[in-house]
Design a binder for this molecule. Structure first.
Ligand code: G6P
Length: 367
């Protein structure tokens, strides 16, 4: 079937705007909003027996894995390791039999991720594919499959596949937490409620597109850009930097905000915009103090937070972007959106080929 861009100028923008719907569709396969519970599709192994988890992917799918580590460790109290597929497959790490290995891939065809899956199978791991293409090789070869219902993603830079991956991974964290006895009913209900609200929160972010487009000129003229985040928003900083690199060709780096003083602070001057992802959560004050350090060195901060977080900020930042309130557990899903929109509008301002960026492929099926 032919897929059109609808009223949108690019597939990427269309796909960004589809997120409330596709996250909702993905949630519907697992969530029971009335009872505030969730059930994963049938898996060929018992989650209660899973004492360690390894999550493997490439590119944006790897950043989804990194986010899931925060969620699974917190909610299920199970140790999680994340790996870049191309590193994992040649490292020959020792694997304990009976561990769970999760493979995240939009396409289900990435060569390195497939090789890592085959290696884990040979080493006696339970394997679970998290893919967007049900008939893909990774889906066919893994023991269990969880699907993102993002629909076909045409833009080379992944957007809706990422947030639907996060959606499934949050549900996996809850299910594992329940199965392992680490999450009680009340806690499950709270997370389920927060998840049920994600589509509306994401739609709310999309209505603020103009405020994000307004800061694009600040970024478009830069040669280097830094993204900072903490906790489960650290992978969102990495993903924001990746999005910008991929489609605007501006050099960008994502950093854990606490690492600022261990290197990147040396780069700070008025020519390096610093995008800070800082919802008002338990780590807010830590990140806000990093912002002070950047501003004191003449850095231009673009500060992404909620109303309360913006009200508390005293540092003189170059721009403030107000985002809807988000439960800390689902904040990565909410903050993924503005960094996608920012990368998009910077690329449009620079006139690059947003949907087909140079040198990149939608899926990397050869090494
Ligand atoms: C390529 C794409 C990225 C994607 C990565 C992993 O680099 O350009 O957008 O994140 O492959 O792809 P996968 O299909 O395995 O998620």
């Amino acid at each position: 079937a032919l897929i059109g861009k609808g009223q949108h100028r690019h597939f990427m923008l269309k796909e960004i705007f589809e997120q409330p719907e596709v996250i909702g569709n993905t949630l519907k396969t697992m969530l029971n909003p009335a009872e505030r519970t969730l059930t994963l599709p049938q898996l060929p192994f018992d989650l209660a027996t899973i004492a360690r988890v390894r999550i493997i992917g490439c590119g944006t799918s790897y950043y989804a894995a990194m986010t899931a580590k925060y969620w699974i460790e917190r909610m299920a109290r199970v140790p999680v390791e994340v790996d870049i597929a191309s590193e994992f497959r040649y490292r020959a790490p020792p694997l304990e039999p009976g561990g769970l290995a999760v493979f995240i891939s939009q396409s289900g065809e990435t060569a390195d991720t497939l090789a890592a899956l085959r290696h884990c199978q040979a080493e006696g791991q339970h394997t679970l594919a998290l893919v967007n293409v049900p008939e893909s090789t990774i889906a066919r070869e893994a023991e269990g499959v969880l699907l993102t219902l993002a629909g076909p993603e045409i833009g080379v830079a992944s957007t809706k596949a990422f947030t639907t991956q996060l959606t499934v991974l949050a549900c996996l964290a809850v299910a594992l937490g329940r199965a392992r006895g680490a999450l009680d009913r009340a806690a499950e209900a709270e997370v389920c409620h927060a998840l049920a609200e994600v589509p509306a929160r994401v739609a709310d972010v999309l209505r603020r597109e103009d405020s994000i487009r307004a800061v694009a000129p600040l970024v478009a003229e830069a040669r280097d850009v830094l993204y900072l985040g903490r906790g489960s928003n650290y992978p969102i900083a990495l993903e924001g930097a990746l999005k910008l690199k991929e489609i605007s060709y501006i050099h960008a780096e994502g950093y854990a905000a606490g690492e600022l003083k261990h290197g990147p602070i040396a780069l700070i001057d008025e020519s390096v915009p610093v995008i800070v992802i800082c919802p008002s959560d338990a780590l807010y004050d830590k990140t806000a103090s990093n912002v002070e350090e950047v501003v004191a060195r003449g850095g231009k901060v673009i500060f992404l937070s909620d109303r309360a977080g913006l009200a508390r900020l005293s540092a003189k930042v170059a721009a403030r972007i107000e985002l809807p309130d988000a439960e800390p557990l689902v904040a990565p899903l909410v903050y993924a959106i503005p960094v996608q929109l920012l990368a998009y509008h910077v690329a449009v301002a620079k006139g690059t080929d947003v949907d087909q960026p140079r040198n990149l492929a939608k899926s990397v099926t050869v090494e």
